[in-house]
Design a binder for this molecule. Structure first.
Ligand SMILES: Nc1ncnc2c1ncn2[C@@H]1O[C@H](COP(=O)(O)OP(=O)(O)O)[C@@H](O)[C@H]1O
Ligand SMILES: [Mg+2]
Length: 198
């Protein structure tokens, strides 16, 4: 969490292997990123971290299912991908929207497609950069609930970058950034009632 310009996107992009640091080293779930060649970094991105953006940038000519599987087509067979993509779309609550193009989905549904796409390949870590920034309050709440329930159902780690205190309140742990640096961690009060409900 941190104000605009504090370095949230930069930090997530470094963890996700989308950017490389000018100095220092990065280890993500046991993977040392700095020594990795492009090929291994691509594999890391395909197998370890999924990224959810503020705008999911779905391809307009493809259905929800095609959008979810297409990013993985270079590595995997279509025959495998279609059942997995279907399963992921069901997991995000879009069982009835598999063959809808993005133009027939609501903003919240499009973001769900983006989340399903990020979960492909059994990735254990989900990075979400202001995932609710473009959504109205009720839809944002639904997306946060979905992330929380996916986290427990699939055993994921979810890292969300936000400047919105309402989003931060749904987290177990809040790490603050300012001026490109992590602030010493403050104890976080976790709302246990809320967690059990989830
Ligand atoms: N640790 C850092 N060291 C140097 N520059 C940084 C660092 N973190 C962020 N920046 C720079 O600060 C600017 C804003 O960062 P960004 O990650 O987009 O912030 P946010 O997502 O919080 O709005 C960018 O130009 C980025 O390159
Ligand atoms: Mg940002």
């Amino acid at each position: 969490m941190g104000p605009s310009g504090s370095g949230k996107t930069t930090l997530l992009n470094l963890i996700g292997g989308l950017d490389r640091p000018t100095s220092g080293s990065i280890r993500v779930l046991g993977h040392e990123l700095q020594g990795l060649r492009e090929r291994s970094l691509t594999r890391f991105r395909a197998r370890v971290v999924g990224v959810v953006f503020q705008d999911p940038h779905l391809l307009p000519g493809l259905t929800a299912l095609e959008n979810v599987v297409s990013a993985q087509l270079p590595w995997r067979r279509r025959r495998q991908l279609v059942p997995e993509g279907t399963e992921m779309l069901v997991a995000v609550g879009l069982k009835d929207r598999l063959n809808f193009p993005p133009s027939r989905l609501s903003g919240g549904e499009r973001q769900r497609v983006g989340i399903a796409r990020a979960l492909m390949g059994g990735r254990p870590l989900l990075l979400a950069d202001e995932p609710t920034g473009d959504l109205d309050i009720d839809t944002a709440e639904e997306i946060l609930e979905l992330l929380g329930s996916l986290r427990s159902r699939l055993g994921l780690t979810v890292m969300v970058a936000t400047h919105d205190p309402a989003v931060a309140r749904t987290a177990d742990r809040v790490i603050r950034l300012s001026g490109g640096a992590l602030r010493p961690e403050e104890p976080v009060a976790v709302d246990l009632a809320k967690r059990t409900r989830r």
